[in-house]
Design a protein around this ligand. Structure first.
Ligand code: LLP
Length: 441
């Protein structure tokens, strides 16, 4: 059992999140439902903000990488916490704008941003666009010129570090679809190109080395390589980067193979990274850049759980036992996509010992529709409330209406109270955009 203070087992032996009994939440809101603990989200946003204040004199900005979980309320929380956001689509940008987010604090990513998305960004005076292709530089410059503005931009570069959960590799050249490689000169070439564009104001560079990373050294190495690149650009192009955006990627706990990090540990990541930047700045006689970071998963991941109701239970003698729930790959496709691991708890019997290993099946018409495989659980019965932990990041944001199932609603829990932040869908929502051509009637 995870000992984060967002989750507890109460006197009834029920799982509690953010001071609310998960079984009561299931009764009140139905299942499946995503549940988010607001205090945890705020705590993580503050942890990063304070780390930049404490170790870097506040010379930077935390962006919440909203691809992890995007809805109007989360931008409202980020706004209140005084941080920025990164968006990767017109949809995320639109949602942030509708939430009243300060658009100057929005950074826009994407390897193939649509013209319409760039137009939406410029028309709303978005702070920074992270340029990811020559074509984008041309389009953006033209759109900025038409609007008689000069747009701040960063360039996404690949420093040649590929990080994985507990390891990293240094590659001479990355084959990622994102960014410009440092090693083959492409990164410097686009920098030189953007410096010729009158309506683009190059602020500096961005890199993001991966997600669900625990290896401190990979962040340090990335920071060092980007600083070396900045020194090289200064020397050869006479351009000194003012801003360095080092991306996100800090790992979270999903099951007992992962460390359980505390806010202090995340501060530690930043401290190491900042030390590396300071050392390199001194070595290369560079000014300390404005530091931007973009954590997503670590802000919302452990803040969220999904509650399901157990339905059919099926045992294939001697082979496997399936406990089916009223959700599935439509609310959490991460096992189907990545074989991701999760921890499950029976929320209404959270004190009982795990006596068997079961696989959690979804209700989709697809054999690969699983949430977790061979996980320990007490003997489940139909009607039990199943909680799957650490589903706050990349669950709702990757959900679909596959099989015309409903994307579950989301609720926010705070001080023992719960409120919808995403309402339940209805059957009418599912057919809202359907059209039957005349000749079919
Ligand atoms: N910045 C950039 C440019 C990114 O591409 C990402 C994540 C982040 C920040 C945030 O990274 P985080 O702190 O959340 O690790 N769907 C996958 C995760 C894809 C992450 C893509 N980029 C999953 O479910 O594991």
């Amino acid at each position: 059992m995870n000992e984060r203070d967002t989750l507890k087992i109460n006197k009834k032996g029920h799982l509690e999140i953010g001071g609310m009994d998960a079984a009561d939440i299931a009764n009140q809101f139905g299942t499946p439902v995503y549940v988010f603990d607001e205090s945890y989200i705020r705590k993580m946003m503050r942890t990063y903000r304070h780390a930049i204040e404490k170790h870097y004199g506040g010379n930077g900005l935390v962006l919440y990488a909203s691809k992890a979980f995007s809805c109007t309320a989360i931008y409202a929380i980020a706004h209140q916490e005084g941080i920025g956001v990164d968006v990767v689509s017109g949809g995320e940008l639109f949602t942030a704008i509708k939430a009243g987010f300060d658009t100057q604090k929005i950074y826009m990513h994407g390897n193939n941003k649509l013209v319409s998305e760039l137009e939406l960004a410029l028309d709303n005076k978005i702070g920074t666009v992270v340029v990811d292709s020559f074509r984008e530089a041309d389009i953006l410059n033209e759109l900025a010129c038409e609007r008689k503005i000069v747009q701040n931009v960063l360039i996404r570069i690949n420093p040649g570090i590929e990080a994985h959960t507990h390891s990293f590799v240094q590659t001479a050249r990355t084959d990622s679809k994102f960014g410009f490689s440092v090693s083959d000169g492409a990164a410097k070439e686009i920098a030189a190109y953007i410096l010729t564009k009158k309506n683009l104001n190059l602020q500096g560079f961005h890199c993001h080395i991966g997600s669900q990373i625990f290896e401190k050294q990979s962040f340090v190495l990335a920071a060092q390589k980007v600083m070396d690149f900045c020194a090289d650009v200064k020397q050869s192009l006479g351009f000194e980067a003012k801003t360095l955006n080092i991306g996100g990627g800090f790992g979270v706990w999903y099951n007992d193979e992962d460390p359980k990090l505390k806010p202090d540990d995340y501060e530690d990541y930043l401290e190491c990274l900042i030390d590396a930047i300071k050392e390199k700045a001194e070595k290369h006689s560079l000014k300390l850049p404005y530091l931007v970071i973009e954590p997503g998963r670590s802000i919302v991941g452990e803040a969220g759980i999904t509650l399901y109701t157990v339905g059919a239970i099926k045992e294939i003698t001697g082979i496997k036992k399936y406990v089916a729930v009223d959700g599935g790959m439509f609310d959490n496709p991460r096992y189907a996509l990545y074989q991701s691991k999760y921890t499950a708890i029976l929320a209404n019997r959270a004190n009982e010992p795990c006596t068997e290993k079961i696989s959690i099946a979804g209700k989709c018409c697809e054999s690969g529709d699983l949430i977790a495989v061979d996980v320990p659980l007490p003997k489940a019965e139909s009607g039990d409330i199943m909680a799957v932990l650490t589903t706050g990041a990349y669950n709702y944001s990757m959900a679909s209406n596959y099989n015309r199932n409903f994307i579950p609603p989301a609720i926010l829990v705070k001080d023992g109270k719960a409120e919808y932040i995403i309402k339940p869908q209805t059957y009418d929502d599912l057919i809202r955009n359907d059209v039957v051509p005349e000749y079919l009637k």
